[in-house]
Design a protein around this ligand. Structure first.
Ligand SMILES: Nc1ncnc2c1ncn2[C@@H]1O[C@H](COP(=O)(O)OP(=O)(O)OP(=O)(O)O)[C@@H](O)[C@H]1O
Length: 257
């Protein structure tokens, strides 16, 4: 925390201020550097794509934004407030929600009850939480499955439920971790449409995704991580042409082959 950061909220109108500001984020696991010198702002109301080869540090950074763990160095500012040391429930209360790469639904509970777990974070009365959860199920296209056990959902439906549970916490910043993985092209098209509708509700979205054909047409801005560092950032059409990005991805494909 320093004087410059203290001054930001007072001098910048809230609507124009980035919703999220990451400054010099570092994360280490033993000797391994998972994130290094990560600095970027996320403008409010955009869809930001966070991409990069396997092990680039994307999920680690998601955890740092969502409050799963604090960085060893650096600052996370959400809506002008330093949240670096706040835990995940506190950040959720402020308006940050995330999904997980591996869906974390409660399989023995109904789809509706799963989503109510999220809506109870905003509503204390069961009737209000239920009503809010039903609205989210309608919005995410799961309303017809409200009474089903979460364990009986198909894998694409489970991914949708993951998004629904996060939306039920009424976030202003939503972190989507590989929600398109394993979807057929037609399911992925529906997923893209859902993410656009989420953005149209005024929710800022940061998405980690491997499938470039899906991410690039969808996002307003892309940030490429490689070996824990920001390799490139900008409009998606600029980022894909960046020679450093091409080299990192070709290197990854060669290793995978
Ligand atoms: N809890 C942990 N303990 C030790 N090492 C970790 C831990 N979490 C992540 N790492 C390591 O940190 C590096 C970054 O991992 P991370 O999962 O953030 O990358 P990623 O870009 O999300 O990868 P992927 O696309 O494969 O999910 C990797 O080398 C990983 O093995």
């Amino acid at each position: 925390m320093n004087a410059a950061n203290d001054a930001r909220p007072a001098t910048t109108p809230a609507a124009d201020r980035p919703i999220l500001q990451l400054t010099d984020i570092w994360q280490r696991f033993g000797g391994l550097v998972a994130n290094a010198e990560v600095t970027f702002d996320v403008p409010r109301g955009q869809i930001l794509g966070l991409i990069g080869p396997n092990g680039a540090g994307k999920s680690t950074l998601f955890g740092i934004i969502a409050g799963a763990r604090a960085p060893v160095q650096g600052q996370v500012v959400f809506e002008g407030r330093d949240v670096t040391r706040l835990d995940a429930p506190a950040r959720c209360a402020l308006g940050i929600a995330r999904t997980y790469q591996v869906p974390r639904s409660f399989d023995s509970m109904s789809v509706l009850d799963n989503v109510m777990v999220g809506s109870f974070s905003r509503h204390t009365r069961a009737a209000a939480a239920r009503e809010a959860a039903l609205e989210v199920l309608d919005f995410t296209g799961l309303i017809g499955r409200a009474g089903a056990s979460a364990g009986d959902l198909t894998p694409p439906e489970k991914r949708r439920l993951e998004v629904a549970r996060a939306l039920a916490t009424e976030p202003r910043l939503l972190l989507l971790d590989e929600v398109m993985t394993g979807l057929t092209p037609s399911e992925a098209r529906k997923g893209v449409e859902l993410i656009r509708r989420i953005r149209d509700r005024g929710i800022t979205v940061i998405m980690v995704e491997h499938v470039m054909e899906i991410v690039m047409p969808l996002v307003d801005r892309a940030i490429v991580l490689n070996l824990g560092r920001v390799l490139s950032q900008g409009a998606p059409q600029e980022v894909v042409r960046d020679p450093a990005v091409v080299a990192a991805y070709l290197g990854d494909r060669h290793r995978a082959a």
